[in-house]
Ligand binder design. Structure first.
Ligand code: PXL
Length: 278
């Protein structure tokens, strides 16, 4: 029997399933794979959805989420984790407890609240549990402009200065750093702001890509940050590389015809084969 000799870094995603394959667990596993990481996954919820919307959500019971995390943590050498869709308060409580219990870190928290289609993915009464239980565990939390507004209770930021102020206010809730994503804003350039207690705010700018295929962008970014952290990169470098990966996935995804709504980014642009090449 061949003895395994090749080391592969492992990352874990704790998130919801997107039946259409562009967001959620499916986006995370494709992203880990594209970046050379072995991906493990714990499911928090199943969604019935396509590129046009979410038609149903089935929450996984908290004790079964705990059982999945325990099974993975007992066996695999997890180098980084991310959380995505948590759905409701009981799920937030179960996930936070499991992460703390198994001392899983570093943790990327994507505070998912609404799907690209506009459908809600987090119950309003769960936002406070995300603030209290998830944020203090996070190496980085990655809100978009709407999520930053909901977390801070402020109106949506309209300038980079306001984005930075909201980032600092989320930083005070306990994470080590906050990446506020500017993609839902306007302008030819998208500016993301990274704030942390350790260093001055970083403004990360990239040309906006004109595409409708943005489904799964946030999931892909947070999974890519976790992947680069699993590879041992420092946080600011992990964020820069993750942004570059998402930018390429958006650029290539603009050409993909999948479904009739907001199509997915192309997580696998770097390894996709045309059928004739196989
Ligand atoms: O992009 C946020 C997100 C997270 N998780 C699941 C989703 C979506 C968006 O559609 O479906 C399962």
């Amino acid at each position: 029997m061949a003895r395994p000799t090749e080391r592969v870094r492992t990352a874990l995603t704790i998130a919801g399933s997107d039946s259409s394959g562009g967001a959620g667990i499916q986006a995370d596993l494709k992203t880990f794979t594209a970046l050379g990481i072995y991906g493990a996954s714990v499911l928090t919820a199943l969604t019935a959805q396509n590129t046009q919307g979410v038609s149903g959500v089935f929450a996984i019971p908290g004790d079964f989420i705990a059982q999945q995390v325990a099974a993975v943590a007992a066996d695999l050498d997890i180098r980084a984790i991310k959380t995505g869709m948590l759905g409701d308060r009981a799920t937030v409580e179960a996930v936070a407890a499991a992460i703390a219990r198994h001392k899983l870190c570093p943790l990327v928290v994507d505070p998912v609240m609404v799907a690209t289609s506009g459908d809600p993915l987090l119950a309003p009464d769960a936002i406070d549990a995300v603030r209290r239980l998830m944020l203090p565990l996070a190496a980085v939390v990655t809100p978009n402009l709407d999520e930053a507004a909901r977390l801070t209770g402020l109106p949506r930021a309209r300038s980079v200065a306001e984005v930075e102020a909201q980032g600092l206010s989320i930083l005070a809730m306990g994470p080590k750093s906050v990446l506020v994503k500017g993609g839902h804003g306007e302008g030819d350039d998208v500016v993301d702001v990274l704030v942390s207690a350790a260093s001055p705010p970083l403004h990360l700018s990239a040309p906006r890509i004109d595409t409708r295929n943005t489904h799964g962008t946030g999931c892909t970014l947070s999974a890519a940050v976790a992947a680069f952290l699993a590879l041992g990169q420092p946080l600011d470098e992990a964020v820069r590389r993750a942004k570059a990966f998402v930018w390429q996935a958006l650029r290539h995804g603009a050409a993909l015809q999948v479904g009739h709504g907001n199509g997915p980014v192309d997580h696998l642009y770097a390894i996709r084969r045309t059928p004739s090449a196989i």
